[in-house]
Design a protein around this ligand. Structure first.
Ligand code: CP
Length: 361
């Protein structure tokens, strides 16, 4: 079993390391992540490898013999899906990804019905899961928990991989991977993903998907980031500082209509009022300018795409759904394939998948 180099540090030392150093310490010898915790673990080479693998897997999965092959790959492994924060598509797409690769799954979706209710610490819960399973996929309310638990397991006798499926308001790295996969597929026959303008709209202060995606897009040349939100819901200064450090171009605005005609991708997000500090806090913010409908879509380029991590409320009217530029349903399905590729890569299945693909396609 792989021993992470993170064990050379105390938790406080590890937590304080720059993201780039942490990414190296969390990598397998082939450079791909052992634990997938944040978007900064993925450089261009790793993103391309994962997207190419996802595309091969979805081809292979079209046939019965292909599915039998895929399901044989990790038939000997088990995954724990530990989701103590609500989810539909991330949970179901990870569950489906495990089924595609033959992994059996266990799940806890409510800490109140686990022994955490009796006072067991998160550390002991995670160590318990690692006794029975070979992979933990976790979504939690708490920022940084997946990272801390990876460090805890790295010190244990069973340092199994952890995949962060959403951690507080901070990161959602696998959502960013599926977003990039969607962008890549949308623009691959139209000059690629470089030199594009991406509009992020909605609740950018509390939306972890935008934080992870803007990080991942730093791997592409000359991306212009346009953050469109009401002032209390604007993107965090830490993301703008990171874009400054990397010399990336960005605009911070509350004028969606002005920038819609310039966008190559419009990434809508919902108001995340589950994070409100006081009841009705979000309802007091005027968000009426941060919604799109079929009429407003007329302002977008014919080649632009409309994305959303989902779930949506009313920020995308249903009259947009039939527009060929509406990408959110395909985006969601892409999540299953990129998550399948990520799990396959975590367990070093790439070369077998590539060999099967070469022999059969
Ligand atoms: N995009 C996303 O994380 O959706 P769920 O909350 O339904 O998993």
């Amino acid at each position: 079993m792989m021993k992470l180099r993170a064990t050379e540090y105390t938790w406080e030392q590890f937590e304080a390391l720059p993201m780039e150093t942490k990414a190296e310490l969390l990598a397998k010898p082939d450079g791909m992540p052992f634990c997938t915790l944040f978007a900064q673990q993925f450089n261009r080479e790793r993103i391309d490898a994962l997207c190419d693998l996802a595309t091969k897997i979805r081809q292979i999965a079209k046939t019965r013999s292909g599915m039998e092959f895929l399901q044989s790959l990790l038939f000997h492994k088990r995954a724990m899906i530990y989701f103590t924060q609500p989810s539909s598509r991330t949970f179901l797409s990870f569950h489906s990804a495990c089924q595609i690769l033959g992994l059996r799954t266990g799940e806890v979706r409510d800490a109140a019905i686990s022994s955490e209710f009796k006072g067991e610490t998160r550390e002991d819960s995670i160590r318990t899961f690692s006794s029975y399973f070979d992979l933990i996929i976790m979504r939690t309310q708490e920022k940084g928990l997946a990272e801390r638990m990876s460090w805890v397991l790295a010190k244990s006798e069973r340092p199994i991989p952890i995949i962060n499926a959403g951690s507080g308001k901070d990161q959602h790295p696998t959502q960013a991977l599926l977003d990039i996969y969607t962008l890549r597929r949308s623009f691959e026959r139209r000059g690629g993903l470089a030199n594009r303008t991406i509009l992020y709209v909605g609740d950018l202060a509390r939306g972890r998907t935008v934080r992870s995606l803007s990080n991942l897009l730093l791997n592409y040349d000359n991306i212009r980031h346009v953050f469109v939100a009401a002032e209390p819901l604007q993107i965090g200064q830490d993301i703008l500082d990171m874009l400054d450090r990397r010399g990336a171009s960005y605009v911070v605005t509350d004028d969606m209509q002005k920038y819609l005609p310039e966008a190559d991708a419009v990434y809508m997000t919902r108001i995340q009022d589950e994070w409100d500090r006081s009841k009705g806090e979000s309802a007091r913010i005027d968000t009426s300018k941060f919604k799109i409908n079929a009429n407003l879509m007329r302002l977008m380029k014919p080649s632009a795409i409309l994305m959303h991590p989902l779930p949506r409320r009313d920020e995308i009217a249903t009259d947009c759904d039939t527009d060929p530029r509406a990408m959110y349903w395909r985006q969601m399905r892409n999540g299953m394939w990129i998550r399948t590729a990520l799990i396959a890569s975590t367990f070093d299945c790439q070369s077998r998948i590539e060999a099967f693909f070469r022999d059969n396609f």
